[in-house]
Design a protein around this ligand. Structure first.
Ligand code: ADP
Ligand code: MG
Ligand code: ZN
Length: 472
């Protein structure tokens, strides 16, 4: 494998979260009864006329600006003709010659190495319906037909599965920052086509294959590694790679040939005579630019200025949801490092951040801030803070009342604790001798005993002080 380069270019389809579809007023909504959000336009009835949804154009431009694209002032919808039952018009409204956005880039970091992945274009198109196959046959749901999509096309700038996944993570995170797509993988909001080729260093790019419609990062990673090795095996056996479209079988962990790759001529693209070209003036573009939220890179710079490490700043900004949450907790309890440590450990652990979909944090930021303040002020110890967080996670409420109801307030009364410690010392002469002999591990024994005697409420810092003072 090592004598070959791996070359990857990605095409990402992302549904825009507009209220209505791209060319009609049907609702853009996932999960409704099949075929309830349909009309003559999106089911392709003869004579029905499409009207472009301005919100879709605005959202596409928003994403374009967030990744540094140039916005074309003149852009055109074309008909991409093919026959398939998920497409009642027998053509998809898409863009070819004059896309909405061109250029731009996504910056990634893999193994500490920064890299810029260039974008080729972002264009606007409509989604097709959804085929549902079951044992009786195939059903079709046209609710998704006509939903606006952006297709984000990269240059072939990635050279490993890790880079491809880092690119997709950053891309999805950016879509969520600007809020133009819900990016729910299970709902098929975001789908990936992977183009792969291999070549030897110094040689021109190899022939590529395209694996269509992957819908998880893990599938992308596995498909790339499988397909690269398959191509290398073919070449090493003296064979040639055929430019084709392949299908990934997740259960078998293999790709299979679907059809030889079609090129744009096969689709007989032509400008859609029913839809006017989109003319966008600079004023509109500037208006959209001004409405962009603060993005991950800028937020990370701000966090570093607050004293957070680069790693922490990157963790917190990896999803807008984390960063917004962090900011909101800070607005109630301004201790960046303390809050960051807690979020990136205790909160992330409970979120299971490895899962590819982003889950909401079920605790209101002001409750989280109250909890952290009690912990920081020594009103509760770490074990109690974790216990309260578990409770809040199940049933969000005021942390102070949980602390009281469960009697978790930390024992900070030095003289009361001295009484407890004196008794423990008296009963454990052996441990006392060990500590005197310099066995520092024995301290843990005394802390443990004190916790037991105080139902876990003793302040470990105070116990340490008392033990050191009493045993000299
Ligand atoms: P098409 O229009 O046929 O889909 P494009 O030229 O638009 O083809 O490229 C589609 C995708 O394939 C892009 O993401 C591009 O980066 C990628 N790509 C092009 N050539 C190669 C190659 N030799 N190896 C890997 N990816 C490639
Ligand atoms: Mg393509
Ligand atoms: Zn419709």
């Amino acid at each position: 494998m090592s004598e070959y380069n791996l070359v990857i270019g990605l095409e990402v389809h992302s549904e825009l979260n507009t209220a209505t579809k791209c060319f009609c007023r049907c609702k853009n909504e996932f999960g409704s009864e099949p075929n309830t959000h349909c009309c003559p336009v999106c089911t392709g009835m003869p004579g029905a006329l499409p009207i472009l949804n301005k919100e879709a154009v605005k959202k596409a431009i928003t994403m374009g600006l967030a990744v540094g694209c140039k916005i074309n002032n003149h852009s055109v919808f074309e008909r991409k003709n093919y026959y398939y039952p998920d497409l009642p018009k027998a053509y998809q409204i898409s863009q070819l010659e004059y896309p909405l956005c061109v250029g731009g880039h996504i910056d990634i970091v893999v193994n500490g190495q920064a890299k810029t992945i260039r974008l080729n274009r972002i264009h606007l198109e409509e989604d097709a319906g959804k085929l549902i196959h079951d044992h009786e046959g195939t059903l079709v749901d046209y609710n998704r037909g006509g939903v606006p999509l952006i297709e984000i096309v990269s240059e072939p700038d990635m050279n490993s599965a890790e880079e491809a996944v880092a690119y997709l993570e950053k891309l999805r995170s950016t879509l969520l920052y600007v809020g133009v797509s819900n990016c729910k993988m299970q709902e098929g909001n975001i789908r990936f086509d992977v183009n792969i080729s291999v070549n030897k260093p110094g040689d021109p790019l190899g022939t590529r294959t395209e694996i269509k419609n992957l819908n998880s990062f893990r599938a992308v990673q596995r498909a790339i590694n499988y397909e690269a090795q398959r191509q290398i095996d073919v070449l090493d056996d003296g064979g040639v790679i055929i430019q084709e479209t392949r299908r990934w079988d997740d259960a078998l962990g293999k790709t299979f040939s679907m059809r030889t790759k079609e090129d744009s001529q096969d689709y007989r693209y032509f400008p859609d005579p029913d839809i006017l070209a989109i003319e966008i003036d600079e004023k509109f573009v500037e208006q959209v630019r001004l409405s962009l939220p603060k993005l991950a890179d800028q937020r990370a710079i701000d966090y570093k200025q607050m004293g957070l490490s680069i790693q922490d700043a990157e963790l917190l900004t990896s999803q807008r949801m984390y960063s917004d949450y962090f900011d909101e907790v800070l607005s109630c309890f301004n201790d960046p490092k303390f809050v960051c440590n807690w979020i990136t450990s205790e909160v992330f652990k409970r979120l299971n951040v490895d899962e590819s979909d982003v889950i909401d944090i079920p605790v209101a930021p002001n409750n989280m801030a109250k909890l952290l303040k009690m912990y920081k002020d020594g009103e509760i110890n770490q074990a109690a803070a974790r216990q309260v967080l578990d409770e809040l996670w199940k049933n969000d409420s005021d942390p102070a009342s949980i602390v009281d109801a469960k009697g978790l307030r930390q024992l900070n009364d030095v003289s009361a604790m001295e009484e407890i410690m004196k008794k423990i010392i008296e009963e454990n002469p052996k441990a006392v001798a060990e500590l005197k002999a310099g066995n520092s591990k024995t301290m843990a024994f005394f802390v443990g005993q004190a916790m037991k005697a105080s139902q876990g409420k003793a302040n470990p810092k105070i116990i340490n002080e008392i033990v050191n003072r009493l045993i000299k």
